[in-house]
Design a protein around this ligand. Structure first.
Ligand code: BGC
Length: 438
């Protein structure tokens, strides 16, 4: 047992470094929500310009996700991550200290581009270095850093908001460059993905890294296994990705990604204070509710990490999505019948807990393990780009829906997506617990 634990230290270390990519984007998303009101005054902005600023990162991100496959197939997984850490630091600091709104938007697009690259390569890299029986746990580190980033971002806003009356927003944004630098330095201590090296015929190097990860017997077994697995497609371009053989895994990857967003997690996360306000709940400050939500998210993410390799991906998805549907319906009903605000609060917290222990963790895990090596990066890119686009549209449409059909009906729409997701999980997900990646 002791030996087992010792063996896990190295894969946990290298996975954690790669997972810092998730921390960056989550920290940024949380911090920008606190920065926007100050930007409005600093640059005298209109509502439309605010929308442009917030969405510029997502725009850069979508481009980054789409191009990530090319450098990571050609130069390996680590080098593009190093470039993305650098670009991110430049983008964030450039935006923080820019003198015009034009420069601000350009630097945000650059930071978004970096986020896009790392949001494909970080989980991909972890899945490739992880021993199969620990892969769920290790890839979940990516979700753990996302959740930690969200919480740290909210806390950092809370602490820094009064630091300076003119430059507070610049300081709030600059803070993000600290984890970016840690990410950058850490990357010099992680090895290249052994699966990528094997794909490039560098068996000796790959074997050395696999030995370091989990011992000699493991390295021999993995190299044999990978060598004897026929490549599914000689051509690993997008044509191969869209070929008939891969249609099913691609539909599952894109489906998981889209459902993770359209079931409403970010609406609940980012609009929670507004939602609470509508219940008439007497709360002192928005920050406490946000921190409560962040904490529940973190606790249940850790819970899921420890059971995902034992219970499996599919049971977590089915149980979690069912609970999400029930709690989302309860949110809707609590508004319709104007129930006690405690009911809404409990329903929201159950929703977050159910998401964190299912779709939150499992989406990243399954997306990184359902595709064969020959198409993995490109198919993952397509899945993750769908996630970002869905995320973008949900954020765009939510305020509009609230205005047009009301709060209760809006949550009924999300309930419908949650119920569809339960069926998707039952009929489309194949268990991937313990499966060896090629
Ligand atoms: C999702 C994010 C979400 C976060 C919440 C992630 O897996 O991709 O959109 O904000 O979970 O914990």
């Amino acid at each position: 047992m002791k030996n087992q634990e010792k063996k896990l230290i190295y894969p946990v270390f290298i996975s954690l470094v790669a997972a810092l990519g998730g921390l960056l984007f989550a920290l940024d998303a949380a911090i920008i929500s606190g920065v926007v009101p100050f930007l409005r005054t600093a640059f005298d902005l209109t509502g439309g310009q605010i929308g442009l600023i917030v969405s510029s990162l997502v725009f850069g991100c979508i481009i980054g996700v789409m191009v990530a496959g090319v450098p990571s197939d050609k130069y390996g997984r680590v080098k593009p991550l190093i470039v993305s850490a650098l670009l991110f630091a430049v983008g964030v600091l450039g935006a923080a200290w820019s003198g015009s709104i034009g420069a601000f938007v350009i630097f945000r697009i650059l930071a978004g581009f970096a986020v896009g690259i790392s949001s494909v390569i970080s989980p991909l890299y972890i899945a490739e270095v992880a021993p199969a029986n620990r892969r769920g746990f290790l890839v979940s580190l990516y979700q753990l850093t996302i959740v930690t980033g969200i919480l740290l971002g909210f806390l950092s806003n809370y602490w820094l908001v009064d630091i300076d009356s003119v430059n507070n927003w610049r300081i709030m944004l600059s803070v993000i460059s600290v984890p970016a630098l840690i990410f950058l330095i850490g990357l010099f201590f992680v090895p290249e993905s052994p699966r990528w090296l094997l794909m490039k015929g560098e068996e000796q190097k790959a074997r050395r890294i696999l030995e370091k990860i989990n011992g000699k017997a493991y390295a021999d077994r993995e190299v044999d296994m990978i060598r004897n697995t026929p490549a599914d497609a000689a051509d690993s371009g997008y044509k191969a990705v869209f070929s008939k053989v891969f249609r099913k895994p691609l539909a599952v990857g894109v489906g998981l990604a889209v459902f993770q967003q359209i079931t409403g997690i970010n609406v609940i996360m980012y609009y929670a204070p507004t939602i609470f306000e509508k219940t008439g709940l007497n709360v002192d400050s928005a920050i406490y509710q946000t921190i409560l939500i962040g904490l529940i998210n973190l606790i249940f993410t850790v819970f899921a990490m420890f059971i995902v390799d034992k219970v499996g991906r599919k049971p977590l998805l089915i149980i979690g999505s069912t609970l999400m549907a029930i709690s989302m319906l309860l949110v809707s009903l609590s508004f319709y019948y104007a129930l006690d605000s405690v009911v809404t609060l409990i329903a929201i917290l159950v929703f977050i807990a159910a998401f964190a222990s299912s779709l939150g963790v499992v989406t990243w895990v399954v997306i990184s393990e359902i595709f064969p090596a020959s198409i993995r990066t490109k198919a993952m890119s397509l899945s993750i780009v769908s996630l970002w686009i869905a995320c973008f549209f949900v954020a765009l449409i939510f305020p509009f829906l609230i205005d047009k059909i009301g709060v209760s009906n809006t949550f009924l729409v999300f309930t419908f997506f949650c119920i569809s997701n339960v069926f998707f999980n039952i009929f489309f997900i194949k268990e991937t617990k313990g499966v060896i990646l090629n």
